[in-house]
Design a protein around this ligand. Structure first.
Ligand code: UTP
Length: 472
């Protein structure tokens, strides 16, 4: 039996922080439910919560950006002169060596709710490839397996889920026999959650004995990597470089020797890939230099006059957008833990399911708090930016149809395969408007990059208009 004492102590604490509504249904709960609610309350840090309510929940979100910012320096996709060519060649060599030595790990964040795609289950299980309908998880697994083979190295894979999709994700990997990878080289773990708030700053209840919570954003990965033991596991394995990407991008080049090599050569702590924006307000983060630090500013926070600023040759001054691909040093993340550094929070008004004070289930607007991994970039002692080509590395599967959808991603998988094959000298059928007139999928075991195709030409059949081609 829970003593009246505990109730009174908790009630006093909640009153002090203006959150006594959490116990509104206390008298109606059985002792298991009471224990459950109390243990959730115990995990909340009310001093932090007071601060969040004042600064993120009640205030309209705004960006406290120092207006004094400049464009960032960056590496182009291809070297621009002989000296750079030498640097890129050396970087590739270094990157390959580091991967072969087992110093690089794969890390995908897959804890999102994927509401826009509207798919039932973890997004990683979404069938995306145009011919074989491989899921996102399978494509990544095959990439990792091919890299492991190519570099004769163990390439461990860390997968962040949320408490909402952890069990399902574990079961998907189990029932797919870990996609042929060694189970001990796959580490699936859960990120934390943060409470949901009413616009007035009250913590909402999902049920009479349960606080309404949401995953704490991809920035939550730093604490989650630590708490789950993943950072420790990396340390034991000798992993120094973490290749970070998002679960919805099947074009990711997970173990990119050039990116890893440039990052290591320049002694960077956290680096990013970037691409040229399609238009000034494209909905991706913007690279800027603030107080000498590479910083990624959300598209909604970049003032219009900066977004629209052009160079004399008409190119955008702030032309580089972030595609959420990073190399992060393990030691850099360990410092967040040892120095107790937190990333800032961002708030978003979202539809939330909760119960009101009469116990009625409602779905209404509330506030979700999240942290973003890109806020770690300016905290790095050094950070490089490598420009990449959109059609080579970025096909975000965000929506069911239209822009950044499953449909556009499938087309991009075919388009990239076609351009790699043409580069290798294979004839690809194209329509009058120049678009590819077939569906093509290249298994990572067949080619991880376009140069791998040259040795495989004899295995590639002639490709007819309308064909569905799978190369493995
Ligand atoms: P998105 O911002 O696209 O969010 O996540 P989402 O939840 O997947 O999709 P919507 O907005 O509900 O439609 C970008 C990446 O960050 C991961 C996602 O899984 C995706 O890989 N993510 C996002 C997390 O791992 N945890 C989070 O709390 C949020």
């Amino acid at each position: 039996m829970l003593s009246r004492n505990i109730y009174e102590k908790t009630s006093k604490l909640l009153k002090k922080h203006d959150q006594e509504q959490i116990l509104a249904f206390w008298d109606k709960l059985d002792s298991d439910q009471k224990n459950r609610l109390l243990s959730q309350i115990e995990q909340l840090d009310f001093t932090k919560i007071d601060n969040w309510v004042t600064n993120f929940v009640k205030k309209a979100p705004y960006a406290s950006i120092n207006a004094d910012f400049e464009p960032v320096g960056f590496y182009k996709p291809e070297p621009e002169n002989a000296e750079q060519q030498k640097k890129y060649d050396n970087a590739v060599k270094l990157g390959k060596k580091l991967i072969s030595q087992g110093k690089a790990a794969a890390f995908v964040v897959a804890g999102g709710q994927g509401t826009r795609l509207g798919f039932d289950g973890p997004k990683g299980n979404f069938p995306i490839s145009p011919v074989r309908k491989k899921t996102l998880f399978r494509i990544f697994a095959e990439n990792i397996s091919a890299a492991s083979e190519k570099y004769k190295a163990v390439c461990p894979w860390y997968i962040m889920t949320s408490p909402l999709n952890y069990d399902q994700t574990v079961e998907i990997f189990r029932s797919n026999n870990y996609y042929g990878l060694e189970k001990e080289n796959i580490f699936i773990f859960q990120q934390g959650t943060l409470p949901n708030f009413s616009p007035e700053g009250k913590i909402l209840l999902a049920d009479k004995s349960e606080i309404a919570c949401s995953p704490d954003g991809h920035g939550g990965c730093i604490r989650a990597l630590h708490k789950s033991g993943a950072l420790e596991d990396m340390k034991k394995r000798g992993v120094e470089f973490i290749s970070y990407w998002q679960v919805d991008n099947p074009l990711i080049n997970i173990f990119d020797p050039l990116f890893i090599g440039l990052h290591a050569h320049d002694k960077a702590e956290m680096s990013s890939k970037a691409l040229r924006k399609n238009d000034p307000k494209e909905k991706i983060g913007n690279f800027c230099l603030i107080d000498g630090k590479v910083t990624i500013i959300e598209y909604s926070d970049l003032p219009d006059e900066f977004a629209a600023k052009r160079n004399p040759d008409n190119s955008l001054v702030f032309e580089l957008g972030s595609i959420a691909i990073h190399i992060i040093n393990r030691v850099f993340l360990e410092k967040f833990i040892s120095e107790d550094t937190s990333l800032p929070l961002h708030s978003a008004v979202k539809k939330i399911r909760y119960i009101d004070q009469t116990g009625r289930k409602v779905e209404s607007q509330g506030i979700k708090l999240e942290s973003f991994i890109f806020d770690a970039v300016p905290l790095a002692s050094n950070s490089i930016v490598l420009e990449t080509i959109r059609s080579e590395e970025f096909a975000p599967t965000k929506n069911a149809t239209g822009v950044d959808s499953a449909e556009s991603t499938r087309q991009m998988i075919t388009d990239r395969a076609a351009s790699w094959l043409e580069y290798a000298g294979v004839k690809i059928p194209r329509k009058h408007d120049g678009s590819v007139d077939c569906s093509i999928e290249i298994a990572p075991s067949f080619a991880l990059e376009k140069d791998d195709l040259k040795a495989k030409l004899s295995k590639i059949p002639p490709i007819k208009p309308g064909a569905k081609i799978y190369l493995e």
